[in-house]
Design a binder for this molecule. Structure first.
Ligand SMILES: [Zn+2]
Length: 232
């Protein structure tokens, strides 16, 4: 059965936009020049444009289960590279959300199928921070892992060759880690905004401390540039 109601909504929306802003689609058809890239969860409750008040053409979006960035994921990395190298976005935002089903599955050791291998990446984050998470009640544990997962994915974006190349050539691209409340519609900044690995090294301990994780300096991750020139 054709989805007539969706197609009708589309026609209504397009006419309304054109009525309110004549030439909107013609202008957009020439080129996109978004300032933002969004890496978010596929969850239907977290639509990037709507919750940030952005129009078509203003945010370049990549979404997957639980907003994970893996160094072997050519889909995410290709999208990131296009955003940074070609579109020259100024901000890359990793946005998770409270009540994330992927994060919950990681905590529950749920067996879903193929996705188990994807969720394993979140379980790695869970295991890394388990000494802290294990002390929390069920709800708080899910909330904190949703936050910690975002912070760790920002780390992965920072470690990508795309970001390291961009920063090395002096391109101003700032990373951010946010978490969205599906219960109240509000975004919380997790305090990992950075424009270099050095800035991230400063921000990371404070950001995870805000999640209740106090790691001794010896256990903090080493954020290394794999593209740094050899030491003289
Ligand atoms: Zn989710």
């Amino acid at each position: 059965m054709p989805l007539r109601h969706l197609l009708q909504h589309n026609r209504d929306w397009a006419s309304q936009v054109e009525r309110e802003r004549p030439g909107f689609f013609t202008r957009l058809s020439h080129q996109q020049a978004p300032r933002y890239m969004w890496i978010g969860c596929s969850d239907s409750r977290v639509p990037a444009n709507q919750i940030t008040g952005l129009d078509p053409g203003e945010v370049f979006v990549h979404r997957n289960v639980a907003n994970v960035v893996v160094h072997s994921d050519l889909n995410a990395l290709s999208t990131l590279q296009y955003a940074v190298d070609m579109l020259r976005v100024q901000h890359v935002i990793v946005c998770g959300h409270y009540g994330c089903g992927g994060v919950q599955a990681a905590l529950d050791n749920a067996r879903i199928g193929l996705a188990d291998n994807w969720i394993r990446h979140i379980q790695d984050v869970r295991d890394k921070h388990w000494p802290h998470l294990s002390k929390l009640g069920t709800d708080a544990r899910l909330d904190r892992l949703c936050e910690l997962n975002v912070i760790e994915q920002v780390l992965h974006v920072a470690h990508s060759t795309v970001m390291q190349d961009a920063w090395r050539r002096g391109q101003a691209v700032m990373l951010h880690g946010w978490v969205y409340g599906v219960h109240d519609g509000l975004i919380k900044d997790l305090g990992v905004s950075c424009q270099s690995l050095a800035e991230l090294m400063q921000a990371y301990p404070a950001a995870i401390a805000a999640c209740g994780v106090a790691l001794p300096a010896s256990q903090l991750p080493v954020l290394s540039s794999n593209l740094a020139p050899p030491a003289p």
